[in-house]
Write a protein that binds this ligand. Structure first.
Ligand SMILES: Nc1ncnc2c1ncn2[C@@H]1O[C@H](COP(=O)(O)OP(=O)(O)OP(=O)(O)O)[C@@H](O)[C@H]1O
Length: 268
C-alpha cells in the first residue's frame, strides 16, 4: 500500500508551468513553532528576473535562502530543471558587500576564487575574469584589496564573483540597499547587461518598490505570514530599461499595481 501524505500529493498534483526553471513544491518552514510557509508552491521561469517583494518579515529572504540552500526546509522539494541543488551551479550576492568579499584577497582573486576552487586552469581563469572585466567595463585596478575600493566597486566585484562560474541561477539579497543612487543606477545597468549577455535566471529580494520593479520580468508579491503568494505581477517593458524608464507609463502602472497589492496585504 502506498502511504498518502498531503505534501506528496501537492508535489504530484501541481505540474510545473512551461519554461519553468526552478520548481518549488510543498515548501514548509516554521521558526520556533510559528509557521512561515506551509505547503508553498512556486515556479520560477527560466532566464527571467523575478523580484520578491512583500511586507516586513513576511519571509522574502528566507524563501530565497531556502531555494539557494542556505536555510534548510522543514519539508518540501526544490528542483532546478529537475535536478537537485547539489547538481546546479548557483551564484549569490549578499546584501552586505563589506562582509561578503574575502578581505585578504585582491578584487581579482576574489572574482577568481570560485573558478580556482572548482579546479579551473589558470589560463582559463584569466580568460573568464577578462570576459567579466569587459562585460562590466571595469576601469579600476582589480589588484586592489576590497578595503581600497568604494562600496559600489565592492558590490560590482561581488556580482562578478557570483557570475564567474556561469551560474544557472543567481540570487541577490537586496543588492542596492547599501548603495547610493549613482551606484544603484550603475549596478542596475550592469545587472541588466549581465542578464542579457548570459540569460541567467535571477531572483532578487528587494525592500524598495522601484528597485523591485525596475529589473523584473515578474514581481512576486507575498502576503503577511503565514506567507502565501499575494499576486505575481508581470512586467514586460522592453530591455534595456534606462533611468528614464521609471517615468514610462507602463512602469508607473506596474508600480501602482504592486503598491496596491502591497497596501492590501499590509491592511489584511
Ligand atoms: N533564524 C531565525 N530564527 C527565528 N526566526 C527567524 C529566523 N530567520 C527569520 N526568522 C523570522 O522569519 C520571518 C521572516 O524573516 P525574513 O528575514 O525571511 O523576512 P523578510 O521578508 O526578508 O524580512 P525583512 O523585510 O524584514 O527583510 C521573520 O518574522 C523573522 O523574524
Amino acid at each position: 500500500m502506498i502511504a498518502t501524505h498531503p505534501e506528496v500529493d501537492t508535489i504530484l498534483s501541481v505540474p510545473p508551468a512551461p519554461r519553468t526553471h526552478v520548481t518549488i513544491r510543498g515548501l514548509t518552514k516554521s521558526f520556533a513553532g510559528a509557521p512561515l510557509y506551509t505547503n508553498f508552491n512556486l515556479d520560477l521561469p527560466r532566464g527571467k528576473i523575478v523580484s520578491i517583494f512583500g511586507p516586513n518579515g513576511c519571509g522574502k529572504s528566507t524563501l530565497m535562502n531556502m531555494v539557494a540552500g542556505l536555510i534548510p526546509l522543514d519539508a518540501g522539494e526544490i528542483l532546478f530543471d529537475g535536478k537537485s541543488l547539489a547538481d546546479t551551479t548557483i551564484g549569490y550576492v549578499f546584501q552586505n558587500y563589506r562582509d561578503a568579499l574575502f578581505p585578504w584577497l585582491s578584487a581579482y582573486d576574489n572574482i577568481a576564487y570560485p573558478l580556482r576552487r572548482g579546479g579551473m586552469k589558470e589560463a582559463e581563469v584569466k580568460a573568464r575574469v577578462d570576459e567579466l572585466i569587459a562585460l562590466f567595463e571595469i576601469r579600476f585596478d582589480l589588484k586592489r584589496y576590497p578595503y581600497e575600493l568604494s562600496g559600489g566597486q565592492q558590490q560590482t566585484v561581488c556580482i562578478m564573483r557570483a557570475l564567474a562560474p556561469r551560474p544557472e541561477v543567481m540570487f541577490l539579497d537586496e543588492p542596492f540597499s547599501a548603495l547610493d543612487f549613482e551606484m544603484t543606477l550603475f549596478i542596475r545597468e550592469k545587472l541588466q547587461e549581465a542578464h542579457q549577455a548570459t540569460g541567467v535566471t535571477m531572483v532578487i529580494v528587494s525592500h524598495d518598490l522601484e528597485d523591485a520593479v525596475f529589473l523584473a520580468d515578474q514581481i512576486l508579491l507575498l502576503t503577511r505570514r503565514p506567507t502565501r503568494i499575494a499576486e505575481i505581477v508581470p512586467f514586460d517593458l522592453p530591455r534595456p530599461r534606462t533611468p528614464e524608464s521609471v517615468s514610462d507609463p507602463r512602469f508607473v502602472s506596474v508600480k501602482a499595481r504592486t503598491l496596491e497589492v502591497f497596501r492590501r496585504e499590509m491592511a489584511a
